[in-house]
Design a protein. Structure first.
Length: 297
């Protein structure tokens, strides 16, 4: 089996990777995670073998993987899973899910590729291969070398998830990463898809929430642009003066996000960061991971 639905998958990280493991865990706790499936780590190694490639020698692997051909059985299984998902969602997000992504002593967060608004099966196949290729990018290999991680241990699953066309999205830290206070959470949010906040290309609105009283301190961000779905991909557009002059979240929405974050933190019994999307009045959990920098202290 090359693909697993979120319902079929277990939280065995060695088969699906860290990002997928966290989403599966949230789904099993009935949190509002958009549906999807996982391309297993075995699929990567099977594709490498069929193409005569191996991670034992990672030199020039990023270039070599341009010739990677997905086995027919894998492609057929992907097609069935993709078409099923597209009956529910207008597009999908394709995200890398490496076993090394959120280790206790290292974090590769943000170094692997993710793609939004994938609408065709042909593009899906390309994006899956691009996610795998990103594992061998120079910056990733340099980081792994600095952390004394053996290259041959690298492995990656891929998450294919229904895309939420978020009106507002952002990131929540369940403990304040600057003060290390575990009694307050920090929310960074802006209009459009979450990539604008995650990549740091906007100055988001800032909300600091006391976990006990839910008292909110806030600071208006510039929210210079927003990223929206466009064709078979995304585009950046300027936000309006009206959007820039007001907070993108109401106090009620901030408290809703805070309550959700507290539930997730209780599941992990540890500090987490959480990516969320709001589409209309619906709140979605898009990604979750432990805050490894705080766990090491």
């Amino acid at each position: 089996m090359y693909t697993l639905s979120f319902e079929e998958a277990t939280d065995r990280e060695k088969r699906i990777g860290g990002k997928a493991m966290n989403l599966v865990k949230m789904k099993k706790h009935d949190l509002p995670v958009p549906d999807g499936f996982i391309v297993t780590i075995e699929s990567l190694f099977h594709s490498l073998r069929e193409s005569g490639l191996s991670t034992d020698d990672a030199r020039d692997m990023e270039e070599k993987m341009k010739s990677l051909v997905l086995p027919e059985a894998l492609a057929n299984e992907l097609k069935v899973a993709f078409e099923k998902l597209m009956k529910v969602y207008p597009a999908v997000a394709v995200r890398s899910s490496a076993s090394s992504e959120d280790l206790e002593d290292a974090s590769f967060a943000g170094q692997y590729e993710s793609y939004l608004n994938v609408t065709t099966f042909e593009d899906l196949l390309d994006k899956i291969k691009d996610c795998w290729r990103s594992m061998f990018a120079p910056q990733v290999r340099h980081y792994a070398k600095n952390m004394n991680m053996p290259e041959a241990d690298w492995s990656m699953g891929v998450v294919v998830q229904g895309l939420v066309h978020s009106d507002v999205s952002g990131v929540v830290f369940s403990a304040n990463p600057l003060t290390e206070s575990t009694n307050e959470m920090v929310i960074n949010a802006s209009f459009g898809l979450g990539e604008a906040v995650v990549s740091g290309i906007v100055t988001p609105d800032l909300f600091i929430v006391n976990k006990d009283s839910l008292e909110i301190k806030k600071e208006l961000g510039l929210k210079e642009i927003k990223i929206i779905p466009d064709g078979a991909g995304t585009k950046e557009i300027e936000t309006t003066e009206e959007e820039q002059s007001r907070f993108c979240l109401s106090d009620a929405q901030v408290k809703q996000i805070a309550e959700m974050t507290k539930k997730v933190e209780d599941i992990y019994n540890a500090p987490i960061d959480l990516e969320f999307g709001l589409q209309g009045n619906e709140l979605f959990v898009l990604q979750v991971r432990p805050i490894t920098t705080l766990l090491r202290r």
